[in-house]
Unconditional design. Structure first.
Length: 210
């Protein structure tokens, strides 16, 4: 049930904060600028198409990155903001991708598939304690499927075009990310899935069509 997503997301964020994240170093005014710009971007989307969400900023140990947790929390690292020099259009493309994961509940799907033991019992009796204990390990080590990434990329394209932004911004983002790519260990994070030729070609073709 969707009611479980927020509880799972809260547990995941606490675990991630203790392992990989530190408080953001971005000035509050910059965080506010990016939040407001993102909400303006979202205002161009069709009514009812944007899932509930909350944007959080963190300094990280995993470099330039972004990831979505069940329940709608999206974490954007200071290092990603710095990588794109605060360019809101590039950030919007990344955040739209993450909203795609939220919309399709990819984090919860991945968690349920990877922690099958106890899930049936948890669902039947409404007790998610056994499921919650697996959250930090699963979300830290398991990556989204290629199909989930394709869906999220398609969501990014749809949302960018709705806001009048060319999907070419994602090609620019991948180029910047590739130039800075290091070792990133958080399974669910955007940069855990280095852009391959297929993904870059997808955004190039999307930019070439209306």
């Amino acid at each position: 049930p969707e009611a479980a997503d927020s509880a799972v997301g809260d547990v995941a964020l606490r675990s991630i904060d203790s392992e990989w994240m530190k408080p953001s170093r971005l000035p509050p005014a910059e965080q506010q600028r990016l939040r407001e710009a993102f909400e303006r971007f979202l205002s161009a989307q069709p009514p009812g198409s944007v899932p509930a969400h909350r944007l959080e900023f963190r300094a990280s140990r995993i470099g330039p990155n972004a990831f979505a947790l069940p329940g709608g929390t999206i974490v954007l690292t200071d290092e990603l903001v710095e990588l794109v020099e605060g360019d809101a259009s590039l950030i919007h493309g990344v955040l739209a991708h993450e909203l795609g994961h939220v919309r399709h509940r990819d984090g919860m799907r991945m968690l349920l598939q990877a922690s099958a033991v106890g899930v049936l019992a948890s669902t039947l009796v409404g007790d998610f304690n056994s499921l919650l204990t697996t959250v930090p390990v699963v979300l830290g080590q398991t990556a989204y499927s290629r199909d989930a990434e394709r869906r999220a990329d398609a969501e990014s394209v749809r949302m960018l075009k709705a806001a009048g932004v060319s999907p070419a911004v994602m090609v620019r983002f991948f180029e910047k990310l590739a130039a800075s790519q290091g070792e990133h260990q958080l399974g669910i994070a955007f940069a855990s899935h280095p852009a391959d030729a297929e993904r870059i070609r997808f955004f190039e073709e999307a930019a070439a069509t209306r």
